[in-house]
Design a protein around this ligand. Structure first.
Ligand SMILES: Nc1ncnc2c1ncn2[C@@H]1O[C@H](COP(=O)(O)OP(=O)(O)OP(=O)(O)O)[C@@H](O)[C@H]1O
Length: 259
């Protein structure tokens, strides 16, 4: 379990996260959603202990995160940052094994993670020879290989094709089913609604709503936070989130949003 209590994070002149109290439970996948600049990355970085709270606290399993050593944090929390780069042209297998290096059976764990992301066939290849989407899957496999209780992912679907966006979320859902806490920032609200047990909606640094997608994604919240008309409607596969093709026509709020 990882939670924040009255968490605020100030970055220079900006209160990027403002008075957020939220609890994330094992066995569940959480979609962290919100417009650009709403505070998703900052909240994830605070949960990872990479940025200090200006107010409030992050707690993991009833320990204040700040009381844990770096190695204790690293054993509990895996983090896939938004800006991803691979510095060394190692093989795919070697990169993924780096995630599992605290385990004796790192090689076995790395192979299992590579299978999950569909990269076993290219495990011998140098990582710089891969496509952008394949490289993104290598880093997802490295994160899975950490086997950390808490997995934090900042826009993990970037660079993935539509099929692999769904496969990737399926892999994360399976990790949650194994007992991990999975928290992923996502921009695709439809995918968040389809795959996540809960969504947490950030708006101007605050938590504007949270809960099961059908409860949290109300038409009023979609209009207010995302400037979108939409809501859940019945479909053959059960209730599904439908969003209008065009944003709500609100020149003032949209110009604010995109400025
Ligand atoms: N290093 C920084 N210094 C000052 N302000 C920052 C810094 N990093 C982010 N911010 C500001 O904090 C706010 C939240 O940014 P954050 O990156 O957390 O948003 P986000 O929801 O992840 O956005 P996006 O969807 O665009 O990735 C924004 O107003 C941003 O401009």
């Amino acid at each position: 379990m990882i939670e924040t209590q009255s968490l605020s994070v100030r970055l220079a002149q900006t209160e990027a996260v403002s008075d957020v109290s939220v609890r994330f439970e094992p066995g569940r996948i959480y979609g962290l959603v919100g417009p650009n600049g709403s505070g998703k990355t900052t909240l994830l970085r605070a949960l990872a202990g990479l940025v200090a709270p200006s107010e409030g606290v992050v707690r993991i399993d009833d320990h204040a995160l700040s009381s844990l050593s770096l190695s204790e944090r690293a054993a509990r929390i895996g983090y896939l940052p938004q800006t991803r780069s691979i510095s060394w042209d190692l093989t795919v297998r070697e990169i993924v094994q780096l995630g599992a290096q605290r385990f004796r059976d790192a090689e076995v764990r790395a192979e299992a993670a590579l299978t999950e992301v569909g990269l076993s066939a290219v495990a011998h290849r140098r990582v710089f020879s891969l496509s952008g989407g394949q490289a993104a899957r290598v880093l997802l496999a490295r994160l899975l290989a950490t086997d950390c209780q808490v997995l934090l992912l900042d826009e993990p679907l970037t660079a993935l094709d539509p099929a692999w966006q769904r496969q990737g979320l399926g892999v994360l859902k399976a990790a949650a089913a194994r007992g991990h806490v999975v928290i992923a920032s996502l921009h695709d609200l439809g995918l968040a609604a389809a795959f996540c047990d809960s969504v947490c909606v950030m708006h101007d640094g605050r938590m504007a709503g949270s809960g099961a997608p059908e409860q949290a994604f109300t038409p009023a919240l979609l209009a207010e936070v995302f400037h979108l008309n939409g809501g859940f409607r019945a479909s053959d596969d059960g209730p599904a989130l439908h969003l209008a093709a065009h944003p709500v026509s609100s020149p003032t709020s949209l110009s604010d949003h995109y400025s």
